[in-house]
Ligand binder design. Structure first.
Ligand code: TNX
Length: 531
């Protein structure tokens, strides 16, 4: 597939007009419905594209980029055109019920798209990208009829920018790539024990102190990528964050920031030790894992977190703010007078209920800013905050429990969608955190557990893969871990469950990989073809 492209003939023979042109309709993720036709639609270049409906301009940046890219990648000339000259018409028509849906028809020398929204039209363009083929002075498209809509409204990829830092260019590349396969949510992990990456004007030490760490150690070894004894630093500016949010919006991707609490907070404690229960000083983490010191439930800590979140809310227009909630050991709360007094005063049973109280207060604050919280499934412990959405990572049990309680759920289980895990035999792969999740395992992931009733299943908003970066310190490596596994997940979250078919996926995968080649993506060449 990749290795065996035929060498071009030395003198290309002129093709007879009737020569068969090799076209495919290898759309990935597979559309909800695709009726292939018999023939080809032939469009003379330049191929006019006309967009109507409101708000057509929301599609403009994506369409302009799409046109430019077809010229560069496929030598195909498209151009905006008036309705009379357009061979491709895109009509935004909110009468379609699913807001991300679209219909695409190619027949009788025309391609016609009807989309529910600019987002739907964007997805139609991603599909069309996979259907158009260069044929000299013409562009050809197989005749077909597509009626498409996503299975899930939440289709996410996560990136940990705390353990290793990735700049705006890389983050935007990640977002651009995912949007091509119809993902719509980017979960940006911005704070952790080993680094604080988002500037907060009212607490400048978060960046001054929290964004740098001393030499990192991996297990007993120095991190091979950071190991020259110099500090490792990185943070975004507020303008950069606004730019990423804008860039994502042009691709119909929502950015959800994550601010970890009450655990995974060592970088913040290094900057402001008074937020801890025990006495500092603390150092920004240089090893991985779970840290004992966490935020102490003092009034001043809540003031701090509210000030932080108020600035975060200003930067990110997303409905959801992810507040972490995972892996918060309770030892320091057991030892702390402040924490124990609070337990007494509030009539709480134990530290788990104190965590629940903690998250509940953060939720109330964010609700007052008209936002909702997402938390890792540990936020179930001690009682779930009333309107919280649960991200189920330690398997699906937490998600099942939350859905049964009537809470929304996003499935991200370690068993299927941890893209920091090995995707091939560990001895042949770059050092990873552990685990083994090959491409086929991702493809086999079913986000809706069979034990849920229909109504409970309606609370599964979708799924997401997580890319934790303890062992990933270069962008090439990050892409290597994310692709092609993200392609398998795109089909899990977009396509109808009953249409999922591994061998059919494998027939469509090569075309997607060729596209990734054009974009210079450092994906792992899958071994599923026996290469
Ligand atoms: C667990 S997933 C964590 C992360 C680590 C990851 C490594 C989750 C909510 N917490 O802090 O990076 O495992 O796979």
């Amino acid at each position: 597939l990749i290795a065996c492209r035929p060498a071009p003939p030395s003198a290309p023979a002129p093709a007879p007009a009737s020569a068969a042109i090799s076209v495919s309709n290898a759309v990935l993720p597979l559309p909800a419905q695709l009726e292939p036709g018999e023939g080809l639609v032939r469009l003379a270049e330049p191929v006019g594209i006309h967009v109507t409906g409101d708000p057509a301009e929301a599609l403009s940046p994506a369409l302009t980029a799409w046109i430019e890219e077809r010229r560069e990648e496929g030598d195909m000339i498209f151009a905006p055109a008036g309705s009379d000259e357009a061979a491709i018409s895109i009509e935004i028509d909110p009468a379609l019920t699913n807001p991300e849906s679209y219909e695409l028809q190619s027949a009788d020398g025309q391609v016609h798209v009807r989309a529910a929204s600019p987002a739907g039209a964007f997805y139609a363009l991603q599909t069309l990208r996979q259907l158009v083929h260069d044929a000299g002075d013409e562009v050809v498209v197989p005749e077909l009829e597509i009626s498409d809509a996503p299975r899930f409204s939440y289709r996410g990829l996560h990136l940990d920018a705390a353990r290793h830092f990735y700049g705006v260019e890389q983050v935007e590349r990640y977002i651009d790539l995912m949007s091509r396969f119809k993902f719509n949510t980017f979960h940006w992990h911005l704070t952790d024990d080993q680094g604080w990456r988002v500037p907060i004007d009212s607490y400048p030490r978060l960046i001054e102190v929290g964004s740098c760490r001393a030499q990192t150690v991996v297990g007993d070894q120095l991190d091979p990528y950071v190991g020259d004894g110099t500090p490792y630093c990185g943070h975004y500016t507020k303008d950069e964050i606004r730019e990423v949010v804008r860039y994502a919006a042009e691709r119909f991707v929502t950015v959800i920031p994550e601010i970890e609490l009450p655990g995974h907070a060592t970088a913040a404690l290094a900057a402001y030790p008074e937020l801890a229960c025990s006495e500092g000083p603390f150092e920004v983490g240089t090893t991985w894992g779970v840290f004992t010191d966490i935020y102490c439930p003092k009034e001043s800590t809540f003031e701090f977190l509210e000030a932080v979140l108020a600035e975060v809310v200003e930067l990110f227009p997303s409905r959801y703010i992810h507040i972490g909630g995972d892996e918060a050991p309770k030892l320091r709360w057991q030892e702390s007078e402040v924490a124990q007094e609070l337990i007494q005063r509030e009539g709480l049973a134990d530290e788990d209920e104190l965590q629940s109280y903690f998250i509940h207060r953060i939720e109330s604050f964010l609700r007052s800013h008209d936002r909702n919280i997402i938390g890792w499934d540990e936020i179930l412990e001690g009682g779930l905050a009333p309107e919280a959405t649960v991200m189920s990572w330690r398997g699906t049990a937490g998600g099942i429990e939350a859905a049964r309680m009537g809470h929304d759920v996003i499935m991200t289980p370690v068993s299927h969608v941890y893209f920091d895990y090995y995707q091939g035999p560990p001895s042949q792969e770059p050092l990873a955190i552990g685990g083994y999740i090959p491409l086929a395992q991702v493809y086999a992931f079913e986000p809706v557990p069979s034990e849920l009733s229909r109504e409970e299943a309606g609370h599964i908003l979708g799924a997401q893969a997580n890319l934790w970066t303890e062992y990933i310190s270069t962008w090439d490596h990050a892409e290597y871990m994310a692709y092609p596994r993200a392609l398998a997940l795109s089909e899990v979250v977009w396509s109808p469950a009953e249409a999922r078919d591994w061998s059919d996926f494998l027939t469509r995968l090569p075309a997607a990989l060729v596209h990734l080649d054009h974009l210079d993506v450092n994906y792992r060449v899958p071994d599923v073809y026996g290469l």
